[in-house]
Design a protein around this ligand. Structure first.
Ligand SMILES: [Zn+2]
Length: 94
């Protein structure tokens, strides 16, 4: 009888631990979602995406654009990157 009681208690403890782990996993998942939401919100507020490895900054207006869409010109030893042809022209006109 005592053995069965002990077994049941161990089972309860095990179930509780599993429950706690599940809660933690769900919490961390939700937290990760919140972080990406905040990043998205920041992008909307500042009007420019959060800088990442493949992002370049426009030399004229400072906006971030993906290196794929960037317009780059090299003069002498420097390479300048622009978000659009308009920005490039505006910078060259200066
Ligand atoms: Zn620009």
């Amino acid at each position: 009888m005592n053995f069965i009681l002990r077994f049941v208690i161990i089972l309860f403890i095990f179930a509780f631990i599993v429950y706690v782990f599940k809660m933690l996993a769900r919490l961390s998942f939700r937290l990760r979602g919140t972080i990406s939401d905040v990043q998205k919100l920041r992008e909307q507020v500042t009007g420019r995406p959060v800088a990442s490895a493949d992002m370049e900054r426009c030399s004229a207006c400072g906006a971030f654009i993906s290196s794929r869409d960037a317009v780059s010109i090299s003069s002498r030893n420097t390479v300048r990157i622009f978000c659009s042809a308009e920005c490039m022209r505006a910078h060259v006109a200066k």
